[in-house]
Design a protein around this ligand. Structure first.
Ligand SMILES: [Zn+2]
Length: 78
């Protein structure tokens, strides 16, 4: 059975709504963003919305943490 899912590209990505772990706001994890993350080898969903992600990145840069959680990645313009 070949199940077509409502016109989405056949790459397993679908737009998702995630909850930001910082501000608890819903934010969209779009197909474009998922592809962007996947290309960079990130298997997990982002935990933060774009705003908090940007803030977090600034803090991470200051802290000089060894963890590289999305530190090189930035959201594509959507
Ligand atoms: Zn947030």
């Amino acid at each position: 059975m070949n199940q077509e899912r409502g016109g989405f590209m056949d790459n397993g990505f679908e737009p998702k709504i995630l909850i930001c772990c910082e501000c608890k706001q819903e934010f969209a994890f779009t197909v474009a963003a998922q592809q962007y993350f996947a290309e960079r080898g990130y298997a997990e969903d982002p935990k933060r919305c774009k705003t908090c992600h940007t803030q977090h990145k600034k803090i991470q840069r200051n802290k000089h943490s060894g963890e590289t959680e999305f530190s090189e990645a930035h959201y594509p313009e959507l």
